[in-house]
Design a protein around this ligand. Structure first.
Ligand code: ATP
Length: 231
């Protein structure tokens, strides 16, 4: 589904990613772990073509989209949900949904969002910026789903959320994975990764230093060692 092949990317004067190769298949949940500054957000942005790739290839369903515009990549089915959630705080919840659900008829966007997160019914007239952190995250997930993506890229999916909300978020992740959507998620909670991820990549210094199943990750101490750079 989504393939990054020997990708190099970064910012002017700062090449962050070096030779990153990974893939996410339909219905698969792949987690990205790594210390602050390792390049996790940069990797998601490269996969969404929000950054120009300096080297390497990006493919969706075998089709080379390395040089496609971010808009074309989004239309082709890659949906990026940034850490700031990527919603419009000044607009109402309803307008956020209608905006992202362009192409859906009438109230279909709202109905589809309410189907996955029922609380949205009671918040339609609220400004998105007035929602709680958890509600904002769910709105961001609902709007991602509206675009009928093939691949969803989620940054810091559970950061700052209460455990019960994180449960809802992961119930959603499980649901859309079961529908065949490919998910690449940046997650800081190793236990959630063990529970949900089919495969894990550890990023350090912009390079992948471990790839394997969640079980192969080893003990928390070993992972911590990776984080601290001790292994
Ligand atoms: P965190 O967990 O702190 O978000 P991360 O693994 O997501 O970390 P990135 O945000 O991808 O890491 O950052 C990787 C490197 O790129 C860091 O050195 C950071 O300072 C740098 N960087 C990030 N965004 C920019 C930018 N817009 N311009 C220049 N450098 C940037």
């Amino acid at each position: 589904m989504l393939e990054l092949d020997s990708v190099a990317a970064g910012y002017p004067g700062n090449q962050v990613l070096h030779d990153v190769t990974l893939s996410v298949g339909a219905g698969e949940v792949v987690a990205l772990l790594g210390p602050n500054g390792a390049g996790k957000t940069t990797l998601l942005r490269a996969a969404a073509r929000a950054l120009v790739l300096r080297d390497g290839r990006l493919r969706l369903d075998g089709r080379d989209v390395t040089r496609s515009s971010p808009q074309a990549v989004a239309r082709a089915g890659i949906c990026y949900v940034p850490e700031g959630r990527g919603i419009f705080p000044a607009l109402t919840v309803r307008d956020n949904l209608l905006l992202f659900g362009r192409g859906l008829k009438g109230n279909d966007a709202v109905d589809r969002a309410v189907e996955v997160f029922p609380f949205i019914t009671h918040r339609l007239a609220n400004r998105a910026g007035d929602l709680s952190g958890g509600e904002r995250q769910m709105l961001a997930l609902a709007r991602a789903w509206l675009t009928r993506p093939k691949v969803v890229l989620l940054d810091e999916v559970s950061m700052g959320l209460a455990p019960l909300i994180v449960d809802d978020v992961y119930a959603f992740v499980r649901r859309i994975a079961a529908e065949g959507i490919a998910l690449l998620i940046v997650e800081q909670y190793v236990n959630r990764i063990r529970e949900f991820a089919d495969r894990v990549h550890l990023l350090r210094g912009g390079r992948i230093s471990f790839s394997g199943t969640a079980d192969e990750l080893g003990s928390d101490e070993e992972i911590l060692g990776h984080y601290l750079g001790a292994t």
